[in-house]
Design a protein around this ligand. Structure first.
Ligand code: ATP
Length: 597
C-alpha cells in the first residue's frame, strides 16, 4: 500500500459499526475515529464513499451499476454459477449480502486464485475509489465490459466484509444514513477538538457544499482558511429559505411595517450559474438539473452579463393560453424520457427573483433592493424570462388584496421579503427575512407539511401484502434527528400502495435508525430518506409522538390529526429539508390564532 492510502478493510469495519449502532452519538464517534485515522490524501474519498457517492451531488457523478451486471460480476469473481448467485440474491434481497456470503464460501481469492492464477492484492481506499470512478465514467460501446471487468477485479481481491460494502456502493445501495450535518459535526470534533467550531464549518459549507473539499482544507490549512471560502460559479450555494405566517398583520410587523410582496410561483426553484457560454442549473437540493431544462439554459444565456448566479422559479406554461400550470405538470415533464418532446408539450417560463453573484463579486451581503437593481440591470424581459411580480406594501389590506391577486393568477400565495438594510441573502438558513404566505384553509391545517417516512405498519384486509400506514417524522436540525408526528394511511391511491413497498425497499433496515426518535414501534423501519407531502385537519397535542415533545406542554408532543397523503412525492427534497419541529410549532401556534379569531 502506498503512503497516504488506507486499507479498504478499515473502512468496511467502520461501516459495519455504523450500520449496527442505534445511537446518533455513537455514529458521530465512529466518524470522528474514522476521520482521525484517515490519511489526509484520501480523506475526501473516504467522506464521499461513506455517503455512497464519489463526488458532491451537484457534480452529477452517478454510481449505480445495474443489479444484473453486479450479479454477473459476483459470479465471475467467486466462481459460483450465475444461477446460484441469483437464487441467493432472491433469498437475501441485498446484492451486498449475496456477495459477502458467496465470497466467504468461495475458495480464498475466488476461483482464479484457487487455480493459482493470481495473488491477492489487498484493497485500498485509493484503488477502490479510482475503480469506482472508472465504472461511473464508463459510457457508450464497451462500457458494460469495462464496468464488469473492473468490478470483478475488485471482488477477486476483496474479503467478504469488503465485498458487502463494495457491492452496495457500486449499486447505489450503501445507505448508512450519514447526513452532511453529521459529517460536519464529526469533522469539527476530529480536526478542531470541539463541536463548538461547527458554525464555521457550516458557513463554509453553505458557500461550497462539498464535504470532501471542506474536510481536506480544514485538515491541511485549518479553520481560518475555511473562513476565506468564496462563492464560485459552478458550485451551488445553499438556498435561502423562508419562514411562514398566515396573518398579513403579523407578517408586516415581522418585516418592520413594509415589505416587498412577491408572487410565490408554483414551480421548481432553480439556481442558474453562467460563465460565458457555460450554463449550469441546480435544484433546491443542489442536484445538477441542467439536462432537464435545455430551454431554460437558453433563456439564461439571454441575460446581459457574462458571469453571474441568479435564482428563479421555473414554471410550466399552458402552450394554448400562456397561463401558469401547477407544479405537478412540471414534474410530468421531468419524467419524460425525450426532453425535446417534453419541451414542446410543456413549455416553461422562468421568473427570476434574486442574484447572489455577478462578475467576480459576491452580492449576498447587499440588502435585497440592491440585489434587485443588479438583477434588473441584466434581465431583458420576454415571454420566457420575467422578473418575479412584486410590489412594496405597507398595510395588511393591500397585502391581502395582492395575495388574492397572486392566487387568482395561479400562484401559491406570496413571498414577503424584508427590504431593510439587513435584508441580506441568508444562505442555507430559514429566517424571518423571507416569509411565505400561503392559502389559509381556516379550520384546516393552513399548509401542507413535508414529512419523512421512518417506519411502516403492515396492511390488513384489502391492504394485505402492502403497507397499511407509514410512520412519518419531522426534522430537528438542532439534534439532527427525525421525530414522529403521525401515522398516515389515507390519501394513497391503489397505484401508490402498489408502488410504496418498492420505493421504500432499498431503505429497509432491521432496527430503528439511530437518527429516528420514536415512542411508537413500527413493524418495519427505514433509513430516513423518502419525503412525502402531507396535509391534515389540524395539529394537536399528543402524548404518542416525539415531535416537539415537552416543548409546548410537559409530556406531550405534536401530532397531525387525520393526516392524508396529498399525492406529492417530494423526491426533490432531502430528508433534512423536510418540515422542521420549529415550523410545526409555528404552525400550531398560528393555527390556534386562526381558530379562535
Ligand atoms: P422550503 O423551500 O421553504 O423548504 P417548500 O419547498 O415546501 O419549502 P414552499 O414552502 O412552497 O416550498 O416555499 C418556498 C419555495 O417557494 C422556494 O423554495 C421557491 O422554490 C418558491 N418560490 C416561488 N416564488 C418565489 C419567490 N418570488 N421568491 C422566493 N421563492 C419563491
Amino acid at each position: 500500500m502506498s503512503q497516504g492510502d488506507m486499507p479498504y478493510k478499515r473502512l468496511a469495519q467502520f461501516y459495519e459499526k455504523i450500520e449496527q449502532t442505534t445511537s446518533r452519538i455513537a455514529m458521530t464517534d465512529y466518524l470522528v475515529a474514522l476521520f482521525k485515522e484517515t490519511p489526509v490524501e484520501v480523506l475526501d474519498k473516504v467522506i464521499y464513499l461513506t455517503q455512497g457517492k464519489l463526488r458532491p451531488d451537484y457534480e452529477g457523478v452517478e454510481l449505480g451499476v445495474a443489479e444484473k451486471l453486479t450479479l454477473r460480476a459476483i459470479a465471475r469473481a467467486t466462481g459460483f454459477s450465475l444461477k446460484k448467485v441469483e437464487e441467493l440474491y432472491k433469498k437475501l434481497g441485498d446484492p451486498g449480502l449475496t456477495a459477502q456470503e458467496l465470497l466467504a464460501k468461495a475458495p480464498k481469492g475466488g476461483l482464479a486464485a484457487f487455480l493459482g492464477a493470481e495473488a491477492k492484492n489487498p484493497l485500498t481506499v485509493k484503488r477502490v475509489y479510482d475503480s469506482l470512478m472508472k465504472i461511473a465514467k464508463a459510457q457508450g460501446a464497451g462500457s458494460q465490459d469495462v464496468k464488469i471487468n473492473t468490478l470483478v477485479a475488485l471482488l477477486r481481491d476483496a474479503e467478504p466484509l469488503e465485498a458487502k460494502y463494495l457491492v452496495r456502493t457500486v449499486t447505489g445501495r450503501l445507505r448508512l444514513g450519514v447526513a452532511d450535518m453529521t459529517i460536519l459535526d464529526a469533522l469539527a470534533i476530529a480536526f478542531t477538538g470541539k463541536k463548538s467550531t461547527r458554525p464555521i464549518l457550516e458557513k463554509a459549507y453553505t458557500k461550497h457544499p462539498d464535504l470532501g473539499y471542506i474536510a481536506v482544507l480544514l485538515a491541511t490549512e485549518g479553520l481560518d482558511k475555511l473562513k476565506e471560502i468564496k462563492i464560485q460559479v459552478g458550485v451551488p450555494i445553499l438556498p435561502m429559505l423562508a419562514e411562514r405566517l398566515n396573518d398579513p398583520k403579523e407578517i408586516l410587523e415581522k418585516l418592520g411595517g413594509r415589505c416587498l410582496a412577491e408572487y410565490k410561483y408554483d414551480g421548481e426553484r432553480v439556481q442558474a450559474h453562467r460563465k460565458g457560454d457555460e450554463v449550469q442549473l441546480f435544484s433546491r437540493r443542489l442536484e445538477n438539473i441542467t439536462h432537464h431544462y435545455p430551454d431554460v439554459v437558453e433563456y439564461i444565456k439571454r441575460l446581459k452579463s457574462p458571469e453571474f448566479i441568479v435564482e428563479g422559479e421555473v414554471v410550466a406554461i399552458d402552450p394554448n393560453t400562456g397561463d401558469m400550470l401547477p407544479f405537478q405538470e412540471l414534474m410530468h415533464r421531468r419524467r419524460k424520457y425525450d426532453v425535446e418532446k417534453a419541451m414542446e408539450e410543456y413549455p416553461t417560463r422562468i421568473y427570476l427573483f434574486d442574484i447572489v453573484y455577478r462578475e467576480g463579486k459576491e452580492l449576498i451581503d447587499l440588502p435585497l433592493p440592491e440585489r434587485k437593481k443588479h438583477l434588473e440591470e441584466i434581465v431583458v424581459e420576454s415571454d420566457e424570462v420575467k422578473l418575479a411580480t412584486g410590489k412594496i406594501v405597507d398595510n395588511p389590506h393591500d397585502l391581502m388584496l395582492f395575495f388574492e391577486q397572486a392566487i387568482s393568477e395561479g400562484c401559491e400565495g406570496l413571498m414577503c421579503k424584508s427590504i431593510g438594510p439587513d435584508s441580506i441573502y441568508q444562505m442555507g438558513a430559514r429566517g424571518w427575512l423571507w416569509i411565505k404566505f400561503k392559502r389559509d384553509y381556516r379550520m384546516e391545517m393552513t399548509d401542507t407539511v413535508d414529512l419523512v417516512v421512518v417506519g411502516a405498519f403492515y396492511g390488513r384486509g384489502k391492504r394485505a401484502g402492502t403497507y397499511g400506514a407509514l410512520l412519518m417524522a419531522a426534522y430537528s436540525p438542532e439534534e439532527d434527528v427525525f421525530k414522529t408526528v403521525c401515522k398516515v394511511g389515507s390519501g394513497f391511491t391503489d397505484e401508490d400502495l402498489a408502488k410504496l413497498p418498492e420505493i421504500l425497499a432499498p431503505y429497509k433496515i432491521d432496527h430503528k435508525h439511530p437518527r429516528v426518535i420514536s415512542k411508537i414501534e413500527a413493524d418495519v423501519w427505514f433509513v430516513p430518506a423518502i419525503v412525502l407531502e402531507i396535509i391534515g385537519a389540524e395539529i394537536t397535542l399528543s402524548p404518542l409522538h416525539t415531535c416537539c415533545l415537552n416543548k409546548i406542554e410537559e409530556g406531550a408532543g405534536l401530532a397531525i390529526r387525520f393526516p392524508r397523503f396529498t399525492g406529492r412525492y417530494r423526491f426533490d427534497k432531502k430528508p433534512e429539508q423536510a418540515t422542521t419541529e420549529q415550523e410545526l410549532i409555528e404552525m400550531y401556534k398560528s393555527q390556534k390564532k386562526t381558530v379562535y379569531r
